[in-house]
Design a protein. Structure first.
Length: 129
């Protein structure tokens, strides 16, 4: 068991590189400029953008140009497209959607309930009356 945990800890950096490769993007490198980081993010990826005006925008990366990019932000029932230049951006980070967090929680909960059920069946089967 300890070997498996150690293997997962040691493979962590390789797993993140595999995730970027699967999405068709390069992982962020040390010393990359902000423009290079944004250009490495595939279109359609959910991101959080912090502007130099201290405003935060959360949306999906759209069209990329040499001057900037478009960000599709959901407002109520509409989607607004914002044109953002690289000079306006303080930082950009990719964000997991809330749907994936709910899905993971549901899977973990069902796995725990299944393990509990199997344990109870084994205990009941080994009881001698």
């Amino acid at each position: 068991m300890l070997r498996k945990i150690l293997a997962l800890v040691l493979m962590g950096p390789m797993l993140t590189e595999a995730t970027f490769a699967a999405k068709g993007a390069k992982p962020p490198q040390q010393g990359q400029t902000l423009k290079e980081k944004v250009l490495a993010i595939p279109a359609g990826t959910l991101v959080e953008v912090k502007l130099i005006t201290k405003e935060k925008l959360r949306g999906r990366i759209g069209e990329l140009t040499n001057e900037g990019f478009s960000l599709q932000v959901a407002r109520g029932n509409t989607i607004e497209a914002h044109q953002i230049s690289f000079s306006q951006v303080k930082s950009v980070k990719t964000v997991e959607g809330t749907g994936s967090k709910v899905g993971k929680g549901l899977i973990y909960g069902l796995a725990g309930a299944g393990a509990l059920l199997v344990t109870l069946i084994i205990i009941a089967a080994t009881q001698v009356y």
